[in-house]
Design a protein around this ligand. Structure first.
Ligand code: AMP
Length: 216
């Protein structure tokens, strides 16, 4: 089973994709997390991605597609995966369709989480991420029990460098220009499920489960 999570930065894709992956026993593949981990480890991939991420623009598709297809071919993904933050443009969507088709597979569903721009800006400016497990929390909406420490694993919380005002504005522009057209692409393929993303994490998770075929 292959499920894609689509939505603007701050829509809650990571949180919801992670929850659903745990529930379905599938791998959660988040391209932003893969790039950040590569950067922390100082690998070639991380260094290649760094300047694009800092500017809030997309890492070139050849790099991203190669990374995702390699990850998808790992043994822990034989049952499928939940993709979060990929595809982010038409070139990536077509490459993913082609690669799956060649293996007699296909995307099952695309969960599009829709959130107003005002709410996205509020979420991103207060967002803190765990350096170890990548779980997010929010300074005022969902503060950690102990300040600076992740509730889930005790790891150190930090603010992403690209969650600053300038990068956020750029990331939203890039989302509208390059990623939003995928809403049409997947609607045409009858794969898209639109979910209202405002409200608490549990509430949104419930909406997603109710909307996914066979998941009620
Ligand atoms: P995210 O954590 O999903 O917000 O991604 C952080 C940054 O990683 C983005 O602003 C891009 O620079 C890069 N990135 C993540 N996913 C992709 C992708 N599918 N294609 C190109 N760049 C990506």
């Amino acid at each position: 089973m292959y499920i894609i999570f689509l939505g603007a930065p701050g829509a809650g894709k990571g949180t919801q994709a992670g929850e659903l992956a745990r529930e379905l026993g599938l791998e959660h593949i988040a391209t932003g997390d893969l790039f950040r981990q590569a950067l922390e480890r100082g690998t070639d991939l991380g260094l290649k991605a760094k300047s694009y991420m800092e500017k809030g623009v997309l890492v070139p598709s050849q790099i991203t597609i190669g990374m995702v297809l390699e990850r998808l071919s790992a043994p822990d993904c034989t049952k499928g995966a939940i993709l979060d933050g990929f595809p982010r443009n038409l070139e990536q969507a077509e490459a993913l369709d082609k690669a799956l088709r060649e293996q007699g597979k296909a995307i099952d569903n695309v969960v599009y989480i829709k959130v107003s721009e005002e709410e996205l800006l509020k979420r991103l400016s207060g967002r803190w991420i765990c350096r170890r497990c990548q779980a997010p929390c929010h300074a005022t909406d969902s503060p950690p029990r102990v300040w600076g420490k992740c509730d889930k694993c005790g790891g150190e919380l930090y603010q992403r460098p690209d969650d600053n005002e300038v990068s956020v504005k750029k990331r939203l522009e890039v989302y509208l220009a390059e990623t939003a057209p995928l809403i049409d692409y997947y609607t045409q393929g009858s794969k898209l499920i639109e979910i209202a993303g405002e409200g608490g994490v549990a509430e949104v998770a419930k909406r997603i489960k109710a909307a996914l075929p066979g998941e009620r």
